[in-house]
Design a protein around this ligand. Structure first.
Ligand SMILES: NC(=O)c1ccc[n+]([C@@H]2O[C@H](COP(=O)([O-])OP(=O)(O)OC[C@H]3O[C@@H](n4cnc5c(N)ncnc54)[C@H](O)[C@@H]3O)[C@@H](O)[C@H]2O)c1
Length: 339
C-alpha cells in the first residue's frame, strides 16, 4: 500500500482525494492545511487520516510515501524540496514552479534524494490527446505546418476573490501560467522548445497583478509555427478550449466545448474515413475517460512499485513552464520596444 499525504486542502485537493479512493494500492494517510476548517472539510467522513496544520510536521510522519503538493503555485518549490529532503516521493500540481531556477532546484533535490517526481498535467491523459500523441509518434502527420491552441475562458472577480494568492505575481502568475499551462504542456510535449517567440499580454478586465489575456506566435526547430490565444476574460462564461494540428498528411482538431475533449476533425492520408469515424465514436463518448488526476496517481503508484520514472516528470513540468516564461519574456520585450 502506498500512503499519500496531501499539502493544501483547497479546490484541487478534492480531485486527488477522490483519485486515491479509487486506487486499490493507495491510501490517504494524511492531509495538511494551515486552514483547519478546510482540512476538516477535505477529510469529511474519511477515517484514519492524520491532520497537520504545519507542513514540516507532516513531513516528519514516516508513514507517508508520497506527498501531493496542492498549495498556491509560488509555494511549490520550497515544499517540494523539503519533501525530497525527507525522502518522500512527490506529485506536484501544475505549474511545477514559477521560475526555471525553482523548477531546476526541485528536479535536483529529487535526483539527489532518489525520490520520484511527477507533475500534474492531466490533459495528456484525455483519450483524444492519447490518440493524437499516438498518431504523432507514428509520424502520421508528416511534416508540421502549424499548431494552434485556444483557451477562451472566463475567470471572473468572484474566482479571483476566492483566495488571496490568485492573480498575484509572487504566488500565481497570469492566465498563461495558471490556466494556459495545460496547453503549453501539450505544445511542448509534441514539439519541444520554441526557438522563436513573439507575444503580447495584457490585463484588460480583472483587478489582478498579472495578465488576463495572452497572444503569442511561436516557431519550432523544424520550422513549424505555433499560435497561442489564452484568456480568462471571455464574456459571460468559458467558451472553448482547442488544440489543432495541421500536418502534411494529417489534420486534427480537438475541442468541442469549454474543455478540449472531443475530436472535431480527424483526417489522415493513412486512415480511411470509416476508420476515422470509428475512432471518433470510441473517443467522443460520455462519461469521458477517467480523471487525469487518477491516471497520474496510478502512474506514480506503479512507478514506485516497479522503481521506474513516472510518465510526466519534472523535466516535462519544466518544459511547459519554460514556454510560459519565454512568452512572458517576449511580451516584455515587445512592450519595451514601444516605450
Ligand atoms: N491540474 C489542474 O487541473 C489544477 C486545477 C486547479 C488548480 N491547480 C493547481 O493546484 C494548486 C492549488 O490550487 P487550488 O485552486 O486548489 O487553490 P486553493 O486556494 O483552493 O487551495 C490551496 C490550499 O493551500 C492551503 N495552503 C496555503 N499555504 C499553505 C501552507 N503553507 N501550508 C499548508 N497549506 C497551505 C490553503 O489554505 C488552501 O486551502 C495551484 O498550484 C494550482 O495551479 C491545478
Amino acid at each position: 500500500m502506498i500512503r499519500f499525504g496531501i499539502a493544501g486542502c483547497g479546490h484541487i485537493a478534492s480531485k486527488h482525494i477522490a483519485a486515491i479512493a479509487m486506487l486499490d494500492e493507495a491510501k490517504l494517510h494524511a492531509v495538511c492545511d494551515k486552514d483547519e476548517e478546510r482540512m476538516q472539510k477535505a477529510v469529511g467522513s474519511l477515517i484514519d487520516v492524520q491532520m497537520y496544520s504545519n507542513y514540516s510536521e507532516m513531513l516528519r510522519d514516516e508513514e507517508i510515501d508520497v506527498v501531493i503538493i496542492c498549495t498556491p503555485s509560488g509555494l511549490h518549490s520550497q515544499m517540494a524540496i523539503a519533501a525530497a529532503h525527507t525522502g518522500k516521493h512527490i506529485v506536484v500540481e501544475k505549474p511545477i514552479a514559477l521560475t526555471l531556477e525553482d523548477a531546476d532546484a526541485i528536479i535536483k533535490a529529487c535526483h539527489e534524494n532518489r525520490v520520484k517526481l511527477a507533475v500534474v498535467h492531466p490533459n495528456r491523459y484525455r483519450p483524444a490527446m492519447l490518440e493524437l500523441k499516438r498518431m504523432w509518434d507514428e509520424g502520421r502527420f508528416g511534416r508540421i505546418s502549424h499548431v494552434s491552441v485556444l483557451v477562451r475562458w472566463n475567470r471572473d472577480d468572484r474566482y479571483f476573490g476566492s483566495a488571496d494568492w490568485r492573480g498575484t505575481k509572487e504566488m500565481d502568475g497570469g492566465v498563461l501560467m495558471n490556466q494556459g499551462i495545460h496547453a503549453m504542456d501539450l505544445i511542448a510535449w509534441l514539439l519541444g522548445d520554441a526557438t522563436e517567440v513573439r507575444a503580447m499580454t495584457a490585463r484588460r478586465f480583472r483587478q489582478i497583478e498579472t495578465e488576463d489575456v495572452a497572444i503569442a506566435s511561436l516557431r519550432f526547430k523544424d520550422g513549424a509555427l505555433g499560435s497561442v490565444e489564452v484568456s480568462s476574460t471571455v464574456y459571460p462564461k468559458s467558451l472553448e478550449e482547442q488544440i489543432a494540428i495541421f500536418g502534411e498528411f494529417g489534420t486534427v482538431v480537438i475541442g468541442g466545448g469549454p474543455t478540449a475533449h472531443r475530436i472535431v476533425e480527424w483526417k489522415f492520408e493513412s486512415m480511411t474515413d470509416e476508420e476515422s469515424l470509428q475512432l471518433q465514436e470510441r473517443v467522443n463518448v460520455e462519461p469521458y475517460g477517467e480523471s487525469g488526476h487518477l491516471s497520474i496517481l496510478r502512474d506514480m503508484v506503479q512507478a514506485i512499485k516497479r522503481d521506474e520514472r513516472p510518465s510526466i516528470q519534472g523535466e516535462d513540468g519544466r518544459s511547459a513552464l519554460k514556454l510560459v516564461l519565454d512568452i512572458y519574456t517576449a511580451a516584455e520585450q515587445e512592450l519595451r520596444q514601444l516605450i
